[in-house]
Write a protein that binds this ligand. Structure first.
Ligand SMILES: *Cc1c(COP(=O)(O)O)cnc(C)c1O
Length: 404
């Protein structure tokens, strides 16, 4: 089989999974369009505002749309949230007070959040007297015994990371998250169940806020922005918690009454409209690359016989050279900076040198075709995104030409 025949062979094997991804996209597309209609979205919502931004309808309605789509009571969507890490930071600082405990039940959180939680003398939660505990996963699943052991009255926020981050495990489904929520409630927990929802949005027909979580937080340059949002983050959930968080986003005395954006909101609205479809394109690109890499004998997650619960894929190469080749081909397949050869570098917020392919229209957007990973054994590359399935397929063809 030449590489094109090999790709066709992989595609044929995936037809059932592709159908399921399309079904999910349709379900979510309807959900999104109905929300637009309910909130009577009109051209005026796309207008930019300046200064304080009082009565900024574009900002207010965007928050309501996200809340509706996430089955949540309230939502904050803001271009002033600079990234996923910032959205998570604002939410945690809004919720927690000195002497409270944050309990993470999905292992250590994502690399850039660690400095936020327990960094030393950098203004972390720890510097403000907020305690942190975590429970390791067992075989990538929640360890309920350990959660019971770590649980105590000081725990005010239970934190769950849906996607794998730089770990070799599968993402949690919303059903699994729902089960964990039920379990912590059964321990008598009345505080906030918080989900880092990065890379999970629209992959399933439900969001964690519809299966028991109180808050879902994420980035707009990943799934939720549909590839169009130029920056920003969202925080959706229970009104009581959004009330606390909006005061941290701006100031305790003003909350969400203010916040202007001169650039206007069209791409935020259009991005949310596109997101269900775009996410399905990314899911299918990930499935295709996963199938092909499995056929070639590379261990990768989620395994080919499983339904993915986020858009990312972890591929183990066992050699720096192979991993770097893979990532470079993703860059060479990119529409922007496609002539660039990737090199590892010391990215802010990460401990190891990271190599990253992101030849994207929106700088660093990983809903667009991208791949990255810390260059250290066992040399795992994390692949995600693809605004169109065809683009993912082209990247795979290039990768196969290089490594097969
Ligand atoms: C990407 C990501 C983050 C952080 O988002 P940035 O926008 O890169 O700051 C947090 N958690 C998870 C699971 C992620 O994938």
């Amino acid at each position: 089989m030449d590489n094109i025949e090999f790709i066709n062979y992989c595609e044929n094997k995936l037809s059932e999974k592709f159908k399921k991804a399309d079904e999910t996209a349709y379900f979510n597309q309807v959900k999104v369009v109905k929300a637009f209609s309910e909130y009577r979205v009109a051209l005026r919502h796309f207008n930019g505002t300046t200064g304080y931004g009082y009565d900024d309808e574009g900002r207010d309605v965007l928050g309501k749309l996200y809340a509706r789509v996430f089955g949540a009571e309230s939502g904050i969507v803001s271009p002033h949230i600079v990234s996923g890490t910032h959205a998570l930071t604002v939410a945690l600082f809004g919720l927690l007070r000195p002497d409270d405990t944050l309990l993470c039940i999905s292992g250590l959180p994502y690399d850039t959040i660690r400095g936020v939680i327990f960094g030393k003398d950098n203004g972390s939660l720890k510097d403000f007297g907020i305690n942190f505990e975590y429970c390791d996963l067992v075989d990538g699943k929640f360890d309920y015994e350990e959660i019971r052991n770590k649980f105590n009255k000081k725990v005010k926020v239970v934190y769950i990371q849906r996607s794998r981050g730089y770990e070799l495990r599968d993402a949690f489904s919303c059903a699994e998250i729902g089960e964990a929520c039920e379990f912590v409630r059964s321990l008598g927990f009345t505080g906030c169940i918080f989900v880092d929802n990065c890379y999970g949005e629209f992959v399933e027909k439900f969001e964690p806020t519809e299966t028991g979580a109180d808050l879902a937080v994420g980035s707009l340059i990943k799934n939720a922005g549909g590839g169009l949002a130029p920056t920003g983050g969202y925080i959706c959930g229970k009104q009581v918690y959004i009330d606390m968080i909006e005061k941290r986003l701006t100031a305790p005395s003003i909350g969400l009454e203010v916040g202007s954006y001169a650039g206007g909101y069209q791409y935020f609205y259009q991005g949310l409209f596109m997101a269900p479809h775009t996410v399905a394109q990314a899911v299918k690109s990930s499935l295709l690359i996963g199938q092909a890499m499995s056929e070639l004998g590379y261990v990768n997650y989620p395994s080919v016989d499983k339904i993915p619960y986020d858009i990312t894929r972890a591929i183990k190469f066992n050699s720096a050279e192979k991993m770097i080749d893979f990532i470079r081909e993703v860059q060479y397949a990119s529409p922007v900076d496609g002539y660039v050869c990737c090199e590892p570098w010391d990215m802010p917020g990460y401990e190891e040198p990271i190599i990253m392919a992101a030849g994207t229209f929106v700088s660093g957007a990983s809903i667009e075709l991208s791949a990255d990973g810390p260059v250290k054994p066992p040399y795992i590359a994390y692949f995600q995104g693809g605004l169109t399935y065809e683009h993912g397929k082209y990247a795979l063809e290039r990768i196969l030409n290089k490594i097969r």
